[in-house]
Design a protein around this ligand. Structure first.
Ligand code: MN3
Length: 215
């Protein structure tokens, strides 16, 4: 994530609106990006407008310790700041369906921590499908580079001081309902084919490099 600060600006999709067809159609992606994501950006800016001291903080800084923020703005930052962070990573974690699989250091770590890519997928899919209500399923790395799968509710993020998000899947109904209706499992199964493993691999390697420097 780039260290952008207030006022946050909605990022364009890194591909065309129809680039993810047939997994995600242009209507789904247009509503998701132009309406849902954009609203989180607008609401985050609105929440920060009266807090000059918070306007110098990056999104990661704002989300890393929400309890340190003024009480009146905590919920708005948690919901809308999380909404911005999660959607930017979600859109950036996908690419046109091409059947990519992980490689490099991330592929080795997946084999080490899950057994194989297949076994990782067998754990990631139920984490996403079984998430009750609205939320996210994530692949994250800890400070030693160990991978794990976590779920978060609403627009919550994992503990960003402990974990680096590598990729995530949105299981809010707005992510899939126009195209898949109630068939969340079909959406999640198809989403695996959209994962941009090159970008996920780079996030993982950058995180390892950052941690190596700090030790
Ligand atoms: Mn969403």
């Amino acid at each position: 994530m780039k260290a952008e600060v207030y006022p946050f600006v909605a990022r364009p999709l890194p591909y065309e609106y129809d680039a993810l067809v047939p997994v995600l159609d242009a209507e789904t992606l247009t509503f998701h990006h132009d309406k849902h994501y954009k609203t989180y950006v607008d609401n985050l800016n609105s929440a920060l407008s009266d807090y000059p001291e918070l306007q110098k903080k990056s999104l990661t800084e704002l989300l890393s310790d929400i309890s340190m923020l003024p009480g009146a703005v905590q919920t708005a930052v948690r919901n809308n700041g999380g909404g911005v962070y999660n959607h930017e990573l979600y859109f950036d974690s996908m690419r046109e369906p091409a059947g990519q699989e992980p490689d490099g250091a991330l592929a080795e770590a997946i084999e080490r921590d899950f057994g194989s890519y297949r076994q990782w997928k067998e754990q990631m899919k139920p984490a996403a499908v079984s998430k009750f209500g609205s939320g996210w399923a994530w692949l994250v790395a800890d400070k030693d580079g160990r991978l794990s799968i976590v779920q978060t509710s609403n627009q919550d993020v994992p503990d960003l001081e402990e974990y680096m998000p590598i990729l995530l899947v949105d299981v809010w109904e707005h992510a899939y309902y126009l195209q898949y209706q109630n068939r969340r499992a079909d959406y999640v199964e198809s989403w695996f084919g959209l994962i941009n493993w090159r970008k996920a691999g780079k996030r993982y390697e950058d995180w390892l490099a950052e941690k190596a420097v700090r030790k």
